[in-house]
Each structure stands twice: as structure tokens, then as C-alpha cells.
Design a protein around this ligand. Structure first.
Ligand SMILES: Nc1ncnc2c1ncn2[C@@H]1O[C@H](COP(=O)(O)OP(=O)(O)OP(=O)(O)O)[C@@H](O)[C@H]1O
Ligand SMILES: [Mg+2]
Length: 244
């Protein structure tokens, strides 16, 4: 699904402040994998995610996504790829405060020109897939817990039915129990719905829930290991009882 070949990203190239955040990175990720990308602050994780998510292009190297070379695409072409294939979950997800959960999730579809009835049906399905129940659909963000807000973020990432979900520190602001709920949601989407998931984190006990861990440091890969027995967040928490 993903093929990174000799990807380098240099910020402010051609200036004295030039900084190489990713240095000659190569790896591939198959459809249906659950991969954690780990590394200390400043190691290039978000830079990597922005390129993976077609939010930015590399300075050199080739990125092939589903057989297409996306490394030299224009901004408009990248936007189309994102709309079709990719869902994003960020660390601090701000719900529109005076807007219900359901409308927050429907919003990307408004921009995509999807008719109301279909927006409603798809947002409902995404919220249920992210582990929320209908009793939450008309809540405002100040009526939700941190974990519920992150589940809404996951629902919003799912609403365009993406094959690839990219999550940058999605548990960064959460206590450990709530983090497990969010990880369980991601594991369920991976195992039962076949979504490819790339999770960025600097916490080892979060990364242990993935089936593979890629570690980066100073913009280079230092290890890439498959895990035979990833931790099971679904089993670890009894909180997660809303079936997908
Ligand atoms: N737009 C930019 N312009 C210049 N330098 C940048 C830019 N974005 C990131 N950098 C630099 O690139 C390096 C990697 O940044 P990046 O945000 O990818 O790190 P990170 O691993 O995500 O860190 P954190 O764990 O703190 O989020 C850092 O040294 C950062 O200062
Ligand atoms: Mg970052």
C-alpha cells in the first residue's frame, strides 16, 4: 500500500537555516497493518506523518501510495488523494463547541458535497464504529469526556471511508485508562474492518499495541520490528463495551 523510497525532507532548503528532518528513509507498509512510529521529540515523526498523509511532499525520494507516485503531485491532486484514502486523528482535536457530535462528524461531508441524508447515515455509522452510542450524538463538546472526544475524532476520520488512518499522538492528552479505550477503538477498526493504521507516539506502552514498531531518531530509521503478540487494548479495558 505504502512504499517510501529514499525519502528526504529538508525544511528551508537553499537557506542558511536549512534543516533535514528526514534523511533517506525507506520502508513499506502493507494493507491491513497496524504500525506504530516511535521516536523522541524532534525526531521527525510529524514530518513523516505529513508526508504519509499527503499534506506535504518530500524534498527528494519517491512515495508510492496504492501504486501511484504521490511525491510530485500538486496540492490539488494531493487533496483528492486525502479525500479518497486517508483519515486523520490528531492529538488535540477541537470539536466545534456549539455544534453537536453528529454535526461535527458530518462536516467533512458537507465540504465534499454529499447530500444530507447520506451525510447523516455515514456519520451515524462512523460514530458507532468508533464506539459511541446514539445517546452521545446530540451532545456538545463540553458534555463529553476526553476519551469520547477522541472517539469523535476517530469517527470524523472514518467518515470518508478511508483505507488508511493516520493518528499523531491520539492519546497524548489522555489518562491511561482513556488511552486504552482509544487504542481499543483503533485495534477494532484494524482487526474487524481491515483498516491500515499508522499510530505516532513517543510512549512505549502505547506503541506495544501495534503489530509493528518503526523507531526513528534524528530523521533516520533505527529499528523496524514486527510484534508477535501486541498488547490487546480491547481485552485490557472493560470500558470498551460498545460493540462496533
Ligand atoms: N515547518 C518547519 N520548518 C522548519 N523546521 C521544521 C518545520 N517543521 C518541523 N521542523 C523541524 O524538524 C524537526 C522534526 O520535527 P517534527 O515535528 O517532525 O518532530 P516530532 O518527532 O513530531 O516531534 P514531537 O514529538 O515534539 O511532536 C524538528 O527539529 C523541527 O524543529
Ligand atoms: Mg510531532
Amino acid at each position: 500500500m505504502i512504499e517510501f523510497s529514499h525519502i528526504t525532507k529538508t525544511y528551508n532548503s537553499d537557506t542558511p537555516e536549512a534543516y533535514t528532518a528526514l534523511n533517506n528513509i525507506s520502508f513499506s507498509i502493507d494493507e491491513g497493518e497496524f504500525v506504530a512510529i516511535m521516536g523522541p521529540s524532534g525526531s521527525g515523526k510529524s514530518t513523516l506523518m505529513h508526508i504519509l498523509g499527503c499534506l506535504d511532499t518530500p524534498t527528494s525520494g519517491t512515495y508510492t501510495l496504492d501504486g501511484k507516485d504521490v511525491s510530485t503531485m500538486s496540492d490539488d491532486e494531493l487533496a483528492d488523494i486525502r479525500k479518497d484514502k486517508i483519515g486523520f486523528v490528531f492529538q488535540s482535536f477541537n470539536l466545534l463547541s456549539r455544534t453537536t457530535v453528529l454535526r461535527n462528524v458530518m462536516l467533512p461531508l458537507v465540504y465534499a458535497g454529499v447530500p444530507l441524508e447520506e451525510r447523516h447515515a455515514r456519520a451515524t455509522a462512523s460514530l458507532i464504529a468508533a464506539g459511541l452510542t446514539e445517546s452521545h450524538f446530540y451532545h456538545l463538546s463540553n458534555q463529553l469526556s476526553g476519551g469520547q472526544i477522541q472517539r469523535v475524532a476517530i469517527a470524523r476520520a472514518l467518515v470518508n471511508d478511508p483505507a488508511l488512518i493516520l493518528a499523531d499522538e491520539p492519546t497524548g492528552n489522555l489518562d491511561s485508562r482513556t488511552s486504552l479505550v482509544v487504542l481499543g477503538t483503533l485495534q477494532k477498526l484494524n482487526r474487524e474492518h481491515g483498516r491500515t493504521i499508522i499510530l505516532i507516539t513517543h510512549e512505549p506502552d502505547i506503541a506495544e499495541h501495534a503489530n509493528r514498531i518503526i523507531r526513528i531518531r534524528d530523521g533516520e530509521i533505527v529499528s523496524d520490528e514486527k510484534s508477535r503478540s501486541p498488547r490487546d487494548a480491547i481485552g485490557e479495558t472493560k470500558l470498551y463495551d460498545n460493540a462496533v
